[in-house]
Design a binder for this molecule. Structure first.
Ligand SMILES: [Zn+2]
Length: 296
């Protein structure tokens, strides 16, 4: 799954290319990918902006509506201009560079001077047409927690978002999109290591200082990842089709068996919140009464 930085990178890339262009045709090759394709009335409609909320791509149109896109596991948006300029983002298979449409193409948007392809090998991704003014009312958007990179996201906002989850582990809470939007496994592990907080600690056991460090590190790490091209997981490439380089900067994620850059202890991989979890057993003290066991 793409995380916040990957989707942010996709949005920034498309934001430089789509506004000002108009839709001249829509072909939907897999009905479930864009169920409203035929009834959407998109011919002649122009793009005005591209932005992100959590892991969703919001492409705003000049008719008061927007296209909401979720790439899910294998989704991909590829922009091909008539002059050959090309811009692929998402799942890093050959469709990013090959002639399109291909077997993974699900929706084709014909634009003025360009074509936008929505490719999705495994067909879990989707596109929805929604009223832009009513976007916030959508159940899956309304329930989302705060955006960790927004100006209004403070340590106090994080503390408030965590409060109802006091008995769950901090890692489970960070992964819960209703607590915080867009953070997944990689950035949760990295931020918890940087903040020296053990992932299995109950939220209620964290001090205000712990939460303040976590708040700061989450923002630093997400911003660094965006600066590095966004892509982090091996399944994702950034908006220019380049693999992102964040994992080169990762300090615990997929580094089990290597030495902690802070204290030199051996990083382990264990399971917390049902997810593979990477941590330093020295810097991140396990909750009282528990010990860390290395998992596969
Ligand atoms: Zn350490």
């Amino acid at each position: 799954m793409p995380e916040l930085p990957e989707v942010e990178t996709v949005c920034r890339g498309l934001a430089a290319l789509l506004p000002g262009r108009r839709i001249s045709g829509v072909e939907c090759l897999n009905a479930k990918s864009f169920p409203q394709a035929d009834s959407a009335g998109l011919i002649g409609v122009g793009f005005t902006a591209v932005r992100r909320r959590a892991k969703l791509i919001i492409i705003e149109l000049d008719n008061g509506h927007c296209l909401l896109v979720h790439l899910k596991m294998t989704g991909q948006l590829v922009f091909v201009a008539d002059d050959g300029e090309r811009f692929g983002a998402g799942h890093p298979n050959d469709s990013l560079v090959n002639r399109l449409p291909d077997r993974s193409t699900r929706v084709i948007f014909r634009l003025t001077g360009a074509t936008l392809y929505f490719n999705d090998q495994r067909k879990f991704g989707w596109i929805l047409l929604l009223d832009t003014d009513r976007l916030a009312e959508q159940p899956f958007l309304r329930k989302l927690g705060p955006e960790p990179l927004s100006d209004t996201f403070s340590a106090e906002v994080l503390a408030q978002a965590l409060r109802p989850r006091s008995r769950t582990s901090i890692k489970a809470a960070l992964l819960d999109q209703t607590v915080l939007a867009g953070v997944g496994n990689i950035y949760a592990d990295e931020a918890l290591w940087a903040a020296e907080v053990h992932p299995a600690r109950p939220v209620g056991s964290l001090s205000a200082d712990d939460i303040a460090r976590l708040w700061r590190e989450l923002r630093v790490i997400l911003q660094l990842s965006i600066d590095q091209g966004g892509s982090s997981d091996r399944n994702y490439v950034d908006a220019t089709g380049q693999r992102g380089s964040y994992l080169r900067f990762a300090r615990v994620f997929r580094r089990q068996g290597q030495l902690c850059p802070r204290c030199g202890s051996t990083i382990i991989k264990t399971r917390v919140a049902g997810r593979g979890t990477h941590l330093c057993p020295t810097c991140q003290l396990a909750p009282v009464g528990t010990t860390d066991a290395a998992a596969r």
